[in-house]
Every structure is written in structure tokens, then in C-alpha cells.
Design a protein. Sequence first.
Lengths: 65, 262
Amino acid sequence: MNITVNWGLLAPILAIQLILMVTALTSLYKADATRGPKWMWVLIIVFGQILGPIIYFVVGRNDRS
Amino acid sequence: MRQFGLFYRKEMLEMARSYKWIWVPMVFLLLGVMQPVTTYYMPEILKHAGNMPAGTIITMPTPTAGEVLAQTLNQFGTIGVLVLVLSMMGIVSGERQSGVTSLIFTKPVSFIAYMTAKWASMLTLTAAAFACGYAGACYYTIQLIGSLDVGTVIQAGLMYMLWFVFVISVLLLISAWLPNSAGVAFTTMAFIMLLSFGTSLLSRYLSWSPSRLSTIASEILTKVETLSSVGPVLWISLCSILICVMLAVYRMQSQESISAKA
């Protein structure tokens, strides 16, 4: 595999993903309680690529507390 | 009007606190940027895909800039709508379950102000997210694929935005009706998908359906001759948005006065 990758092109995409991940992790850190254990959500957010943070924001947050 | 401003600010604050102002636009931006980049790299990705028999030659016509943008709109129409619905499904039912709604309506509060403020805040978030994603898509398309005509881009964007407004109006109506947010999300998605499917299947008879808005937007971008006349679609969409919001207010009013009496 030696696809010539133009990093200038992909950098913004990676940056957006990073922002999403950091936001989700901050929110997770500040939350008192989540649905399910917190370490599980850390794994989902970090390894879930784009979907991870989305799933966390939709399902994981316990807004009522 | 004062109440409207108050509720609007409250909704905005709540959306900021739940990080919606960050993650929804970011997801749209990602969606918008991905499509042109994937299209640009597609020949290379196919070349390196392993399970192709030797000597396979795939020739693809390079899509025009308008076509790429239309594909991006397609992405917004599936994943984008899903994200919007999921992020705002609890807008009424969440407050109802936590008891905030009955607390608010012990005061003489206008139902119209309450519901329209919710609708306006949903509209603001949707518009911001869509603008982010669309701008990102346009930028990358221009950089990688080719130039775009500003007029058609704006025209198509406005058409598509109206489709999103229709979606969130339906979402507001259904969330005023159903008690739990998962049900709201499911019903809204089912309705939107059925409407889209039905419209594309029976396009001859349903040429006025609001779901035609997304098709029209793509057709503007790809410069295809439109099947439907734009006028009726616009009018029917605007009317159904109005009806949705009015019905939502009405439903809220009747339900809350029942629960107040009980």
C-alpha cells in the first residue's frame, strides 16, 4: 500500500474528527452519570471513528441528571 | 414576543450545554468534506482494492463539480437527517419527562411562544450545521474537482434548507404527540423515509411532495431538466411546515390543559 496521500488535504478531516473526539471526551469527563460505565464510552469514543462520538452524544448522555 | 425571546435564549443555552452546537455542525462538516475527497481519491482507492482479478480495468467518468455537490446533498439527506432527528428528538419529550413542562405551564405562558421558540432554535441549529457542511463541501469541490456557479449553489442550498425545515417541523409535531424520544425519532425517520420512497416511486403523481425539494436541489446542481414544476412544491412545503407547527402548538395546548386539570 503506497497511496500517495496529500496530507494538506486530509489534515482538516483529521482535525474535525479530533475536535469531535475531544468534545465528547470533555462532556464525558464532566458528566455525573452516563448510561453504562464510563470506561466503555471512552473506548467507543476513541475507537469509534466518526460514529463513536455521535453514538455517545445521542445515547450515552444522561441529560436528566 | 418577550416570552418568545426568553424561551429562544433558553433553548439556545440548553443546546450549547449539551454540546449540540459543537457536534452537530462538526458532523455535517465532516459529511460535506468527505464526499469530494472520496470522489477525488476514488480511482486510487479502487486501484489498491485487493480483491480485483488481474487486468481489471475500471473506467469511470470523472464527475463534474455539480454532480459531486449533488452527491454530498444525498449524504445530508440520509445521514444528515438522521443526525438532526437524533440530536433533537428529546426537544419536547425530554422536558415533559423530567417535569419541566408542567412546571413551566403553571405560569400563564403562551403555548405559541413556547413551541415557536423551540422550532426557531431547531431551525437555527439546522441552518448553522447545514451552512457549515455545505460550505465545506463547496470549498473542497472547488479545490479538487472544478469550479462551481455561485448562483446555482445558493439556489440549490436554499431548496435543500427548505427540505430540512420541513423535516424539523415534522419532528416538532411528532415530538409534541409522542411521550418518549426514541419513539419520536423512529416515527419521524419512518415518515421521512416513506415520504421519500413514495415520492420517488410515484414521482408522476406526487410531483408536489415536499420530498421533491431535495431532488430539485440535486437537479439544479447537475443541471438536469426538472420533472416537476418548482412552484407547487414550494407552496405545499411552506404550507405543510406552517400546518405542522400550528398542529404542534395545538396538541401541546390541549395536552397540557388536560394534565393541569387532572
